[in-house]
Design a protein around this ligand. Structure first.
Ligand code: GUE
Ligand code: MG
Length: 291
């Protein structure tokens, strides 16, 4: 028996084509969604992601702006740029690429983004709205994971979900989304006692620890659905947080790295930009893009 491979790359391509159709419909009404991405510094991986985001934004028919600032930019200059973008009606979504250089206060920068343009869903307002079950902008990586889980499993109600990782970007919002779908959720992390035993109870296992091959095949309940959020650059290339070669023999379904969660993250960024545009224009949320 070998696991069903959840093809995130194909899923993301399908999602982008549905987004493109809805962008065309908006353009016929004179509305073009626009996404501004801000990159501070020259981190090579970040540059690759930002380029890829810009390309896909244009491909679905949206306006795309990239603001590249030197690593030693004063925080006040970045805040001034965000203020300009907040007040620009052509800009529906703002993404400040993380991590930021060490001299900047990441929370202060993120929370200066207008919540309705916060397509990452990282501002305090959006975090609070999600946590209280209200209409929020939902972080892209967990949203992409949720879409794949629902597509593969149908209802998540009553299922045991274990999220390994407690970050504000992935682990915590992932847990909130799973709870909203009535899964029974455990958030585990590197300090969790008996982590393996806890993972073995999971019908849904989401690995977001940031350590290559961290999750072993014998931590996986036979038939479980495994979502690998890890992006680890190793001598063997890009690998996830799950020991994939062994895990495919045990899991019922699994996302590969690359070609799993990553492409869905970018597609969900576009989905959120479309949602932000609809809301800014008093239109209903786009079909099938919000949780
Ligand atoms: N404000 C902010 N929002 C983010 O969403 C954000 C961020 N900062 N900082 C960095 C992380 C990382 N991230 C990825 C997006 C796509 C892939 C992706 O497409 N990965 C491909 C492979 C890409 C490759 O080959 O390097 C894949 O998994 O198939 C990966 C990682 C978004 N992030
Ligand atoms: Mg952690």
């Amino acid at each position: 028996m070998t696991a069903h491979i959840i093809d995130g790359k194909a899923f993301a391509a399908n999602l982008r084509s549905r987004i493109a159709t809805q962008v065309s419909a908006l353009k016929e009404r004179g509305i073009t969604p626009g996404l501004a991405v801000v990159l501070v510094g020259e981190d090579p991986a970040s540059q690759v992601y930002v380029r890829s985001k810009g390309k896909m934004t244009v491909e679905v028919g949206m306006n795309s702006w990239q603001h590249k600032l030197p690593a030693d930019t004063p925080e006040a200059d970045l805040l001034a740029l965000i203020d300009t973008l907040n007040n620009d009606p052509a800009v529906n979504g703002i993404l400040v690429q993380l991590p930021l250089p060490g001299h900047m206060d990441e929370s202060a920068v993120i929370n200066s983004i207008a919540p309705e343009k916060d397509v990452d869903g990282f501002t305090l307002l959006n975090v609070g709205l999600l946590a209280t079950g209200q209409k929020a902008m939902v972080p892209c990586t967990p949203l992409g994971c949720l879409m794949m889980l629902r597509d593969h499993l149908g209802s998540l109600s009553g299922k045991r979900a274990v999220v390994i990782g407690r970050s504000n970007i992935v682990g915590k919002p992932m847990a909130q989304l799973l709870l909203r779908d009535s899964a029974t959720v455990t958030i585990a992390h590197s300090r969790t006692t008996d982590l393996e035993a806890i993972c073995r109870e999971a019908d849904i296992l989401v690995a977001a620890v940031g350590r290559a091959h961290f999750v072993k095949a014998d931590w996986i309940k036979p038939g479980a659905t495994v979502i690998d959020v890890g992006i680890n650059r190793t001598d063997d290339g890009l690998v996830g947080d799950v020991d994939y070669a062994e895990a495919v023999k045990v899991a019922g379904a699994i996302t590969p790295v690359p070609g799993g969660v990553g492409p869905m993250t970018i597609a969900c960024l576009l989905a959120n930009t479309l949602t932000a545009t609809a809301r800014a224009n008093g239109l209903p949320d786009p079909e099938g893009l919000t949780p």
